[in-house]
Structures are given as C-alpha cells and as structure tokens.
Design a protein around this ligand. Structure first.
Ligand SMILES: [Zn+2]
Length: 106
C-alpha cells in the first residue's frame, strides 16, 4: 500500500489533497482563439498538491469535450464557465477559492 509522503498515512486515509483543494486560488475564464474557437481555462491550481491529470480527465468526461494541460492550466474546449464553478465545488474545491473572470464579453 502506498503512503502519503506528507502526512505518513496510507493513501486511502490521507486528507492532504482534500485540504489542498480548499486552499487553492482558482481562476476560471473563457478565451476565444482563432477560428472562433472558445476554450475554458482553469488556472491557479497547484499541481504539486492536486492531480491535474485526474482532474482534467474528470472534467473532460463531465463536459464531454476535449482538453489538455498547458503550463499548469487546464484548457477545455467550449465555454463551460457558467457551470464550471459548480462542477469544481462538487469535486471538493471550496467556493471561496474560485474566481470567475469574464473576458471578451463572455
Ligand atoms: Zn497525506
């Protein structure tokens, strides 16, 4: 069984990631790129504390869209800004750590 290197507890008892989820400063915004494509960008999540790969996988499944991780930012295809905050809260992030930015009038 693997043990958390931070608290020393077995991974299934460890709450380090749960605590980390409550102390992030997350920004959600929509970004328009060339060819009128819109991406939802989630930035500010500490990839040392949160498994970005896993999170991206969950979000891609939830929104049924493509997505990648670039420089610690999650980029999802399509504009999911309106529902993203609620989704992140459902995944255990604290509401007060999530900021929504509406650039480009979106
Ligand atoms: Zn731990």
């Amino acid at each position: 069984m693997s043990v958390c290197e931070r608290c020393g507890l077995p991974q299934d008892l460890c709450v380090c990631e749960a605590i980390a989820r409550e102390s992030q400063k997350i920004t959600i915004k929509a970004e328009q790129r060339k060819f009128q494509r819109v991406y939802t960008i989630i930035e500010g999540i500490d990839n040392k504390e949160i498994d970005l790969e896993q999170l991206t996988k969950k979000l891609k499944a939830k929104f049924a869209c493509g997505g990648t991780i670039k420089e610690n930012k999650i980029e999802l295809q399509g504009n999911h800004v309106r529902t993203m905050k609620e989704t992140l809260i459902q995944l255990g992030f604290a509401p007060e750590t999530i900021i929504m930015r509406s650039d480009h009038g979106m």
